[in-house]
Design a protein around this ligand. Sequence first.
Ligand code: NAD
Length: 235
Amino acid sequence: MKSQKIVILTGAGVSAESGIDTFRAAGGLWENHRVEDVATPEGFAKDPELVHRFYNLRRAALKTVKPNPAHYALAKLEAGLMEQGGQLTLVTQNVDDLHERGGAKEVIHMHGILTSMLCGTCEHRWEHLEDASPNLSCRKCYVTGTSRPDIVWFGEMPYAMHVIEERLAACDLFVSIGTSGAVYPAAGFVQLARSMGKATLELNLERSQGSNFFDETRLGPAGTLVPQWVDEVLS
Ligand code: NAD
């Protein structure tokens, strides 16, 4: 399958071999916390201290993990396609920064990223690598108490949806890697791509919920499958 313009969606499975638990592996809980408590605006309003502590731990844990061969291969694909006059749009649901650390230049973090904070007052975003607390002030409007992790919580609109839809409309191939196909709207990208006549490929450890919508599914660990597939595309 040779294509010039490729849109890739990655999920927690692409970072699993780096040692970050997928949502599923953790039994649908995040480190024993209910999603409602740590990944909703209501949870943050109720207990900002707890939510900051939770994301502080996730942010600190990033320092203990490294990109795996799948992250490096996708960076190689981005550079290779660009050299050939094509384009890779790399969209991730992951809130880790392993694609960037693997060398990817442009990554759309549709669910936000742990290394950034968001001001709930003026919506300014800034890189923040240290622990955060409810006492943190916004770097732009200086309001204290409304700064939150720059994570798209349940019930909130994912980032850059219009860009993603434009790239899907213009692509030749849509590829989904390491995602269970359970979280919308990302889970619907394959149907959208298919409705526009695009080729679709899934690379996953096991069949995802939307597996039947893909033209082709390859099963196995991302650290093995992704480098093999990238070599095929670039050869
Ligand atoms: P998910 O946990 O629902 O599904 C992970 C998928 O990856 C499963 O289908 C599983 O079979 C597959 N998988 C597991 N190990 C794999 C491997 N080595 N190679 C290839 N595939 C593998 O994750 P999701 O679909 O991304 O959705 C869960 C939500 O949780 C997302 O919104 C995401 O933001 C969040 N989350 C993010 C991270 C992270 O940033 N690394 C980790 C956990 C959850």
